[in-house]
Ligand binder design. Structure first.
Ligand SMILES: Nc1ncnc2c1ncn2[C@@H]1O[C@H](COP(=O)(O)OP(=O)(O)OP(=O)(O)O)[C@@H](O)[C@H]1O
Length: 572
């Protein structure tokens, strides 16, 4: 549409509306490029631009060259109007709207239909206008997402649609300064509610998004109720406080340290946070980052309203050990050197970026570190003010168990087996992951809870009698043992070591036994380390010794403990 046509259009609409002003609009080709990204602009920007466009003379200059790019303000209005379908006035006009997973909200509204919205005592009338490109007004495509949707011109012609928003001229200020920003904000909120969250992972040195469909929410997560509430409160306060951060000159970011044994829900909590806030997750796998400059590039490439997660921070970056004589703990990853390459990724480099560049180049950002071993973390990370909140995820308590039982089997709070289960849980530490696993493999609540009792009893017996030895070689592993942590005792290893017929250096066997007596290590870990070696028995056992020494915390051991269930070693 040329600017002349547009002016004629505005004049017609203004006439029709009598004293009412018409903010027309919002058609893809009518609104200029500044408004196309209305949903990504700040609300103040939108208002400023609208105000500039809607001068008292109602002249809007539209550059032909702006083309027919999608106009997000149109989508904002559409999403907002769809959300009104529950209200009486809107229901009069909008026949139906539905939520489509891929596209968010679709609204069905016919050409010429109007809907009335009352906001702060002012009545606003929205009208949908459609034109086909050949000018045959009145011939319209099907509703919603049909041909011509979004007003784009298809190969065989198409339909341009617009919303006209009219109101009394005395409410111009209110419309511009209050109502339209409200519509844009409401649309943003709707979009956030329906958009697919993304999980960004590093591939080939760049972020690669995949859909984040993690079902974890604050309802499903099993943790102490007060702690859960305080995390939620903290998140809510954080997102509310834009002005506060601006006023105080602080970067709008927040840091959480989640710590606790494996399977207690640290990753689930991160997903719950993302689902709650509708923030994307950026999974910073430090082993994939070759240098500080790569790290900087990746951090700057993150979007706002996102969560940066560094899992198993104690394993994934070289942390100076408390008590180290100036030396760094080696062996986590090949990039951990430091003194020979200035550009290597270091914890201080990461923290500096997070505090500096990262926080000034974006807004509404959350960083989460997780660890199974808080005691191993660098004091720099634990310093007050560094991570705003330390969240301990622990073994199942009766409170968290009840949440899981309710979630998995709708079990009410007074089930007869609860007392027995909770008593057992006091004797045997069990992670929420283990409980979830048992609950999940049963169809009915009663069966699930009996199974859990059996599991706990078996675990209690196992822990007491160290049945790991018995477990090995038993082809009929029962269902409890499948998920249990089975330790590799020195005795057990001695038995297995007979299998190493080709072992030349037999002196290594007592060394392994000695290490196993010092470091609780699961059969699975031992199997993994031995299994990853193709270089013969000696290489495998040497690798195992290195692994065990690293687990014990020996400096200088380089055995890839990070890759192989290092985090499983905390099952004491
Ligand atoms: N607190 C919890 N509430 C609800 N489900 C849980 C909880 N903890 C664990 N689970 C269940 O166990 C699975 C594994 O837990 P999750 O990966 O979140 O634990 P984690 O503490 O991050 O473990 P790791 O330290 O090994 O990464 C989850 O997908 C979930 O099904």
């Amino acid at each position: 549409m040329s600017s002349g046509e547009y002016e004629r259009y505005v004049a017609m609409a203004a006439t029709a509306a009598g004293a009412a002003m018409v903010i027309n609009g919002l058609m893809n080709e009518l609104l200029p490029y500044e408004l196309r990204d209305a949903l990504t602009l700040s609300t103040a920007d939108v208002v400023r631009r609208l105000r500039a466009r809607l001068s008292p003379t109602h002249t809007v200059v539209i550059d032909e060259a702006e083309g027919l790019a999608p106009n997000q303000l149109f989508d904002a209005a559409r999403a907002y109007l769809a959300s009104l379908t529950g209200t009486a006035s809107a229901a009069r006009r909008l026949r139906a709207s539905r939520v489509n997973e891929a596209q968010g909200i679709l609204v069905t509204m016919d050409h010429g239909e109007e809907t009335v919205d009352v906001h702060d005592g002012v009545t606003y009338t929205w009208r949908l206008v459609s034109r086909n490109v050949a000018g045959n007004s009145g011939s319209f495509p099907s509703h919603g997402s049909g041909a011509g949707h979004n007003g784009r011109r298809g190969p065989h012609g198409g339909c341009h649609r617009s919303f006209e928003l009219s109101f009394h001229k005395k409410h111009k200020e209110q419309a511009l300064a209050s109502y339209l920003p409200f519509v844009v904000d409401a649309a943003k909120a709707i979009r956030d509610r329906h958009r697919d969250l993304k999980m960004h992972m590093i591939e080939y040195d760049a972020w690669t998004p995949v859909d984040l469909r993690h079902p974890s929410t604050f309802d499903t997560i099993a943790m102490d109720g007060d702690l859960k509430r305080s995390v939620m409160d903290d998140l809510e306060r954080f997102v509310r406080r834009k002005d506060y951060y601006r006023r105080t000159g602080r970067a709008w970011k927040r840091g959480y340290l989640l710590y606790g044994p494996p399977g207690t829900g640290k990753s689930s909590l991160v997903a719950a946070m993302a689902n709650y806030l509708k923030f994307d997750i950026y999974d910073l796998e430090l082993t994939e980052v070759k240098s500080n400059s790569d790290l900087r590039r990746l951090l700057v490439g993150m979007s706002n309203r996102s969560i940066l997660v560094v899992e198993d921070i104690d394993c994934s970056i070289d942390l100076p050990q408390r008590g180290d004589q100036g030396g760094e703990r080696r062996g986590r990853h090949s990039f951990t050197g430091g003194e020979d390459n200035e550009d290597k990724v270091t914890l201080s480099g990461l923290l500096n970026f997070v505090d500096g560049l990262w926080s000034t180049s974006g807004e509404e950002r959350i960083i989460v570190f997780t660890t199974n071993y808080k005691e191993r973390l660098d004091p720099a990370l634990l310093r007050p003010g560094r991570m705003d909140m330390h969240v301990h995820m622990g073994y199942c308590t009766s409170e968290s168990f009840r949440i899981l039982a309710r979630n998995y089997h709708f079990v009410e709070d007074d089930h007869t087996m609860y007392l027995e289960i909770e008593k057992l849980m006091e004797e045997v530490p069990i992670t929420p992951a283990e409980v979830a696993e048992v609950l999940m493999r049963n169809d009915g609540a009663d069966a699930a809870l009996s199974d859990l009792v059996g599991f706990l009893e078996a675990k209690r017996g196992e822990v007491g009698a160290n049945k790991g030895v018995k477990h090995h070689g038993n082809n009929k592993v029962d269902k409890y043992e499948q998920t249990m942590v089975l330790y590799c005792t020195p005795e057990y290893f001695r038995g297995v070591s007979r299998d190493y017929q080709s072992l030349k250096d037999r002196a290594m066997i007592p060394e392994v036994e000695q290490l196993l007596s010092e470091v609780p290590t699961t059969i699975e870990e031992v199997t993994d380390v031995v299994g990853r070696n193709n270089g013969g028995a000696d290489a495998a056992i040497r690798d195992l010794i290195g692994f065990l020494k690293a687990k014990r915390g020996d400096a200088g051991e380089n055995n890839g403990a990070n890759q192989d269930g290092n985090h499983n070693g905390d099952n004491k």
